[in-house]
Ligand binder design. Sequence first.
Ligand code: BGC
Length: 760
Amino acid sequence: MKRDVKKIISEMTLEEKAGMCSGKDFWHLKGAERLGIPAVMVSDGPHGLRKQAEEADHLGLNESIKAVCFPTACATACSFDRDLLEEMGERIGDECQAENLSVILGPAVNIKRSPLCGRNFEYFSEDPYLASQMAAAHIKGVQSKNVGTSIKHFAANNQEHRRMSCSSEIDERTLREIYLAAFETAIKEAKPDTVMCSYNRINGEFASENHWLLTEVLRDEWGFEGYVMSDWGAVNDRVKGLKAGLELEMPGSGGNTDKEIVEAVKNGELEESVLDRAVERILNIVFKFTDNRQEGKFDLEEDHKLAAKIAGESMVLLKNEGVLPIPVQGKKIAFIGKFAETPRFQGGGSSHINSFKITSALEAVKDVAQVTYAQGYDVKEDVIDQVMLDQAVEVAKEADVAVIFAGLPDAFESEGYDRSHMRMPDCQNTLISEIAKVQENVVVVLHNGSPVEMPWADQVKGILEAYLGGQAVGQAEVDILFGKVNPSGKLAETIPYKLSDNPSYLNFPGDGQKVEYKEGVFVGYRYYDTKEMPVRYPFGYGLSYTTFEYKDLQLSADKIKDTDKLKVRLKVKNTGNRAGKEIVQLYVADKTGAASRPVKELRNFVKVELQPQEEKTVEMELDKRSFAWYNTEIHDWYAASGEYEILAAASSRDIRLKKTVYVESTRELPMHIHMNTTIGELLENPKTKAVIEGMTDSLIQHMGGSSEEENSAASEAITKEMSLKMMENSPLRSLRSFMGMRTEEIQELIQKLQNAADHQ
Ligand code: BGC
């Protein structure tokens, strides 16, 4: 059915239109029966349904319907699997149709700037490209079921501390390359129906009333066509927000801000057409849902199985010194740790799902092997319980292998506040070290939403990072521990040795008023790798029970224009005797020297399944954005002419193959020449070089260096090379001091140089 939304709007009163721009209650938009506008419902998200019926709240305090908790984003990102995320999205979309939810809030694509952000478990990665791909797949999956998504929290909401008032102070290039990029690509590729603006300010301006962000960037540049909703309670000035491009305020304001909108139209502060446009954008999405209802399916058991599969594809095997997989027969196995019995599988706050069932490792293992169990530690408080500890050590001693289920208890990380350190509870660290003293085959399985320090890493033989793996986490853990599933996840973030290694360490979480992103674009591996800093486990790293060989890297061309696409091909072979999946990563390293850049950046990846000894050719594409950085002189993406290395890698620290491509820029940077333009800059541009070149010899002479090879004391003090370097750093105004030129003469020269530079 084709709706005439404009006509409906023309029949609405001013009050009705203003009312459409805020929620009816916590989860519903307003409807208008006489105009056939239904009051649709939205709900959290993102990794399952949190549909609350009564007594709604946004922090997960009150019960919602029984649903399926899929693995959280910190886990699913490690799958590097677009198809898997799409499948999960489809299933969630189906559930939404069954439950009559028009929009499911999420995915959340904020960049993991610091391991301390309390909400990192809901975010995908420290890398914007990976985050964009996971988010786009999630959105496509959900929206294929005619249910909307709300990509969030737009933008630069990278901490919980003072999240509703703090200003993220970020330079333009960093904002574009790191903090907006995941939104940009996901929005362009997957077209989410809605965007949720964040609580915080960006360079002083609230996201909820930021015209540049919500209109100039989001709509004018990226072509977003849905509606923007506020995060719950993110509105500061309602009328300013509406003008800036915030269509829907959530939740409702008891009608107060609706009145402000009406008043603003009446007194001429707000043009009614702005309000009409906002209502139109909201109604388009409302009707998109109601006019395309389809039968939804909410098969809890089926979805639980899918949750187990996704968790199995996402866990990351960090260490394995011959201890995994555990043979089912002939070994005495001990499971130790509270999380074996009651796993931590999701984070606290608005994404908290009321799981209809939870599979623990202790329960799942019953179908596979016999194990002994000791609780080992308490999760309520971080104190060593000597009785529990002794029991656990005894149980471990008696076994051939001890698997310790450890990680962060709920109180250690949650929406609403940040962590204050990167450590696990002391009682758990002690438990692991004590067990390692009596048992040589120790495996640690970690449950956490963000990296932890691992002081015991060298004392154990195996580490499996399960992250917060959803309600079927125990099933997936057992499948991997005993080899039914071959681990194939890789880290979507770097695990540093210690917190102070992290690039944001000195500037996180700021002074409460503002937080300065002083590390710039050097976030995560972009920093660690450029600094050549040792890390516990690098970005993109993860082990398998088999091995893979990379060969025959081929580029579709040696030289391209920045407008061309480059195809990259290579062969990957499973060289072991187990089927497995490998994540092949493609990084680009800028060798042009045109800007200060990270040593390499992830630009594409592919996950490939291979039978034992099987070989496949994989192909990936690179385009201008793969080479470009955000140039603040032209306020646009720019790839300088020159060489770039294409790196095929198994992790950011495991480059297997590389080739070089020459990229020719089709964009000429404007040059503005003035008194302080340096001779060096003029020599870099062939057009200005032609003008200035003739003067350089005499300038060198005047600066004290000899243009002739002379064996004099003077030429020993300042060689020609030294003078040349000095000259390059000299601005045009110094021609006055060294060449005796008059100011007017220099100005004439500047004009000549400018003409040459501007000449096509
Ligand atoms: C969170 C959002 C969430 C909303 C609704 C807010 O506190 O920041 O992510 O979608 O509540 O529950």
